[in-house]
Unconditional design. Structure first.
Length: 163
């Protein structure tokens, strides 16, 4: 039987030789003007196809993959913020349930502070949700003929100024 190290050495030499041959072949293909011209045309055609696809989706009012990805990130962000609000509400609920020590006025002040913070967070979330809603295009305002200001009559040349 042959030595396993000889087999590994042979395998390494064959792998390296194959990589060299493939590298030279690729280099020669890229240097060939016909192949490089074909690649350039193919990439240009791909760009045109992508542009046509985006235009078609926009004309049909359909979202692109990038639009869906962006919306997904925003929804995740809103979801995380909502979880924070839910945690705050749970803490307020726990404090209300444990009406043990402390004065009533202090507890109410703490609750009002937390409710104000929650209200601010809800305003922020609703503002972001409002941004997510598709904006309706405004109708272009009609152009009206500009009203010409009435000219004041010119003072008569023979009129005397009043003293």
């Amino acid at each position: 039987m042959s030595d396993p190290t000889d087999q590994d050495g042979l395998r390494d030499r064959l792998t390296k030789g194959g990589e060299d041959v493939i590298g030279r072949l690729a280099q020669e293909l890229l240097e060939n003007p016909m192949v490089s011209g074909a690649l350039t045309k193919a990439l240009g055609a791909r760009e045109k196809a992508v542009g046509a696809q985006e235009a078609a989706l926009a004309a049909l009012n359909l979202p692109t993959a990038a639009d869906i990805e962006r919306l997904t990130r925003r929804v995740r962000s809103v979801s995380q913020r909502l979880e924070g609000i839910e945690d705050g509400v749970d803490r307020v609920d726990d404090r209300l349930a444990g009406r043990g020590a402390g004065g009533e006025a202090e507890r109410l002040a703490a609750i009002e502070t937390q409710l104000a913070a929650l209200g601010a967070q809800l305003d922020a979330v609703s503002g972001q949700l409002g941004k997510l809603a598709p904006a309706k295009p405004k109708a272009a305002p009609r152009k009206r003929a500009a009203a010409k200001p009435k000219a004041k009559p010119a003072p008569a040349a023979d009129a005397k100024p009043s003293s």
